[in-house]
Design a binder for this molecule. Sequence first.
Ligand code: F0G
Length: 430
Amino acid sequence: MAQLVCFHPECRTRYAITDVVYNCAKCGGLIEAAYDFSLDPAALKKCFRERRMSNAPLDQSGVWRYRELFPFLQDFSSVVTLREGNTPLLESRAAALYAGLERVAFKHQGFNPTGSFKDNGMTCGAAQARALGMRRVACVSTGNTSASMAAYAAAGGLEALIFLPHGKISFGKLAQALEYGARTLEVEANFDQILALVRALAEKLGIYVLNSVNPFRIEGQKTIVFELLDQRDWRPPDWIVLPGGNLGNTSAFGKALREALAIGLIGRLPRLAVIQAEGAAPFFDFVERGGEFRAVENPETLATAIRIGDPVSWPKALHEIRATHGVVEKVTEQEIADAKARIGRAGIGCEPASAATLAGIRKLTARGVIDREADVVAVLTGNLLKDPDYIYRYHTGKLEAPDGTLLRSTFANQSTVVPNDPDRIAALLA
Ligand code: F0G
């Protein structure tokens, strides 16, 4: 039995799983999907493993392989899969040493079909849109959600309407939306302002919203955690570290962990560590200071994916931080840039927002919050090629922080122009 439920602990108003609802009609609270699970954990683990040898599209998807853990569909005819998920866990000794750990593994969501973790959620959001008979889907995005939505909409025959903060998303991501054929509008406002705009328009125009306020996106993103646990033979790590922007992923990770524990797939909860960029860190400030949640009015960071000042999912994220005895940290532009270069040098690479994880771990080990010997998984949310402009600037000593200060290119690697002359090139390389 699947239902939609108001997340607010004192409200918990229930809605049909087929209702189009992003906020509770009674109290305005966030909405989540809820199920009466009655599952045999050992049989499930065996089934998930066997599906890895299957050629059926649903089994090949690193999301739908775990479909018993988000049973919101009556049947699977509406599913659009691009074989999302299936992302590797990559260990790096060099990155671990940089961050003050003995070892670290990266769960690299940049290996997804559109290059970010959004695909895990979008395949579910698109499936629900199609199951409901929706024709048009929309989102506001710092770039990755829009790239993902555009792809799944195109593959699933939906019309995609994308709203972007003008001039504040990387070209790689904008290019994806255009190539996948989405109707793309660049608005002269920031992410938070445009989200309000999209929600007002959605009601007016009957458009299905595929931002992470959509509870089915969160259901899909749970599988990032299920897959990483499966890859570790269901041994939970001590810590799972991820960047925080709109905080949908933090909400999904916590829900996945709590459900995995309740079903008996794992015996204890890892701790979540959420890392924000210093210029866009309202959740860090809130958890640190307490009191009222206060939005950051003009969020700024070169990690444009997480340039969000008023994250809608903060109540869910707060619940998950408490449930997992988690922590929230913030990192500077310099720390992100250098950590990103170290991840690159490890042969792994990622986009700027993802590198906040390693920068955050480095701070948390220095502060003694994370032990040197701890078993840590950092989630790299986006592919290196999402933002090549940032990389080029870093390595050529031209990367400026939003306030105009030049960042140090600590680990720069520059190319050299040479004449077409074997002797001179040999001399240079000797
Ligand atoms: N990392 C990357 C690469 C992202 O694109 C995002 C969010 C995050 C981290 C933060 O995740 O919002 O769930 O806390 N990008 C959204 C977008 C906002 O529009 O693509 P979150």
